[in-house]
Design a protein around this ligand. Sequence first.
Ligand SMILES: Nc1nc2c(ncn2[C@@H]2O[C@H](COP(=O)(O)OP(=O)(O)OP(=O)(O)O)[C@@H](O)[C@H]2O)c(=O)[nH]1
Ligand SMILES: [Mg+2]
Length: 449
Amino acid sequence: MGGFVANFEVMCVLNFIISLTMHFADEAHINVKAGDGGNGSFSFRREKYIAMGGPDGGNGGRGGAIIMQADANLNTLVNFMSKKHYKAPHGEQGLGCNKYGAEGEDLILKVPVGTIVKDEKTGEQIADFTYIGQQVVIARGGQGGKGNASFKSSTRQAPDFAELGEPGEERELDLELKLIADVAIIGYPSVGKSTLISRISNAKPKIADYPFTTLVPNLGVVKVDETDFVVADIPGLIEGAHEGKGLGITFLKHIERANILVHMLDITHEEWEDEFEKINAELQSFSPKLAEKDQIVVFSKVDSTIPEMIEDVEKRFAKHKPLFISAVTGEGLDALLYKIKDEVIEHQKAAQLQTPKSDEEEHKVFRPHEALSNTRNYQVEKTEDGFRVSGKRIEQIAIMTDMSKRGGVYRMHDVLTKIGAYRKMASLGGQDGDKIYIGVREFSYMDLS
Ligand SMILES: Nc1nc2c(ncn2[C@@H]2O[C@H](COP(=O)(O)OP(=O)(O)OP(=O)(O)O)[C@@H](O)[C@H]2O)c(=O)[nH]1
Ligand SMILES: [Mg+2]
């Protein structure tokens, strides 16, 4: 009976841990849809005494983009777990008298620093937020359609069509948070990691004498002289973490970006040497790169031991140059902080020496607008019942062409002729009645020659 009660309690504690862990969202999946561009206006001037005014339809406004911005006050993706769909407003339609439609306002989504955004379908990394305030356009707003006034030419005095607004981009995104800290404190449960961060930084973590008190990483900013650095207190690790034991390795990925690991050992634990080996083995099974990182070995709770013990540990562990601290009395904290500071500075110097990212790489992250101007960048492929013409700009023109108007249909054929697509299709045996697919649009082959 007693055994049953004890097991039941264990289950309750586990459930409690699991439910709390779930609240720390470090992964989320969202759908974003930028605003569509407003349609161009189809209008003719009407004035007293002027029988046939010229076209005066104005352009539609650009749709709002979806922009993500790294915010200093966030440290989870939890907001993206409850709300999964985000839409930016559409641009407004153009009006007569050459009036432009208003642009849709951009929608700014705030994310924590350390967020990585990937396209769910392709796996392509769209953004990696590494500094506060960084902005990335995640989904481009659609361009406004041109009004009929823009299509007036010497041969087309009265264009009977206007462009439609381009649909805004829609994307399925995977968000993942990998906290960015300079220093990560790791170790077995209850060795005093949270107590240390609470002493040296502004972080106010929960501290208690039972294992797995810390369920999500705590971040704190530490200032030593003129150097600032971010420290992360990582939930306790145990043997088998990589197989899901304890809190598992969910949080190890947060350590990947830290340059310095503070490996904390409890001097009052008899098995500290064994624990040290086990944690290193867990790091190794998670990622050999992680296992290679510099470690500062720190023994905690020296206020609870005798000087002889410290001397003994110092001798046995000399090759790791251990430090000894008490977060309770403050002993050894200055020495630890200066050691961390020196290493942080060394890493900063090394980072500065690395070749800076080229413009092109930076741009990749910023997801430049497609090279839309290049109409001639397209391909023609034969399909079962006709052809598929693909290319960013030609697809954009197709989707913005109003096929309900004769003028619109002719414009599309004009464009296909101008860029040489008709010539290519003819050489592949194209004839009247064939289908032409461009993006989501479908046209009929028309031999205008
Ligand atoms: N005597 C003494 N006790 C300490 C010291 N540091 C921490 N403790 C105690 O050790 C217990 C565990 O401390 P925590 O800081 O919660 O340990 P942790 O490593 O964060 O534990 P987890 O979050 O469970 O991984 C608490 O009861 C602390 O008061 C110290 O320097 N001296
Ligand atoms: Mg803790």
